[in-house]
Write a protein that binds this ligand. Structure first.
Ligand SMILES: Nc1ncnc2c1ncn2[C@@H]1O[C@H](COP(=O)(O)OP(=O)(O)OP(=O)(O)O)[C@@H](O)[C@H]1O
Length: 294
């Protein structure tokens, strides 16, 4: 099944000519993006690429140049209206240290008409959080878990997650992403997520955007990515033929084997070279970002 072609009506966010300069640094460099409704989009990029800046612009948290249409609104001038349908993980430091889990739930239930207690409890199940526990008694990771459970229980059209599982252990991370998919996501919701742990979210993403030096350099749904890029375990006698097809990347494996990554080559071109497979997102990312730290 191919992803639907975006039209303006089914885009949850659309930006043109985004530019954000901090003193002498261009964090967003005249870039554009389109995010269709009902997708889980991974915004992936190296440190300092502009991910957080792009998300902050989307949420109207910083001034910027260019156009950004989010749920039909301009985040710079219609932020209050936008926030009714958008949820994001704010700074975890905002939870007062004396607050108990139960108080935090009461508070959010009181201020958010679309907060769902049952869903909040489902997100908390599997953590060590208990209703009476106070923030000051929690570990760093437990505070993040509480925050995530509170935010995930709000029924928003757009959920923005900037490194949501930073500092959390792998058991929780796996469970979180599974819950996000099973208990939160549906075709009317859109999730934009940044993380450096690409392998962990790859299986839940429907789309991916790679960002580098303030520009979106690749945007694709996951299926097309698999059709466009191929990884080949090249046989030793085929190395020259393979290099002639100008692979995007080449890396050595133990026992003299070589893996090459091809962009746009046809299966017919590649089949004589060796065994083919779809590359993982992490390998594709590394190949695309080569030279970032050169
Ligand atoms: N408040 C600020 N003042 C000055 N420069 C900033 C500020 N915020 C971000 N920058 C710069 O803008 C660029 C993009 O930063 P941003 O936080 O968007 O990157 P990122 O992709 O989220 O990185 P990371 O993966 O490291 O979190 C970086 O060069 C950063 O130093």
């Amino acid at each position: 099944m191919n992803a639907p072609t975006p039209t303006t009506s089914n885009l949850v966010a659309s930006a043109r000519g985004l530019r954000k300069a901090y003193k002498n640094k261009l964090a967003l460099n005249d870039t554009s993006l389109d995010i269709p409704t009902g997708r889980i989009v991974g915004l992936i990029g190296p440190n300092g690429a502009g991910k957080t800046t792009a998300l902050k612009a989307m949420l109207g948290l910083i001034p910027f140049e260019g156009q950004f249409n989010v749920l039909g609104l301009d985040p710079r001038t219609q932020r209050d209206e936008l926030m009714r349908d958008v949820c994001f993980i704010a700074d975890v430091a905002v939870l007062p240290r004396w607050m108990r889990v139960a108080d935090a739930i009461e508070f959010v239930a009181g201020v958010h008409p679309r907060f769902d207690r049952d869903r909040c409890n489902r997100f908390m199940a599997g953590t060590q959080l208990t209703p009476k526990m106070r923030v000051r008694e929690m570990s760093k990771g437990m505070i993040v878990q509480l925050h995530l459970a509170l935010v995930m229980a709000i029924d928003a059209k757009l959920l923005v997650l900037d490194e949501p599982t930073l500092g959390l252990d792998i058991l929780y991370r796996k469970q979180f992403y599974q819950r996000l998919l099973e208990d939160y996501f549906d075709e009317d919701k859109t999730i934009v997520i940044t993380t450096h742990q690409v392998e962990e979210i790859e299986h839940i993403l429907t789309d991916v955007m790679f960002i580098r030096d303030g520009k979106i350099v690749l945007t694709s749904d996951m299926e097309s990515l698999g059709e466009r890029f191929t990884e080949v375990l090249v046989s030793a006698d085929q190395l020259d033929n393979a290099r002639a097809l100008k692979p995007l990347d080449e890396r050595s494996l133990p026992f003299g084997k070589t893996v090459m990554l091809f962009d746009g080559s046809t299966p017919q071109q590649l089949e004589a070279l060796g065994e083919s497979r779809t590359p993982g997102l992490a390998d594709l990312f590394v190949a695309t970002m080569k030279g970032t730290y050169a």
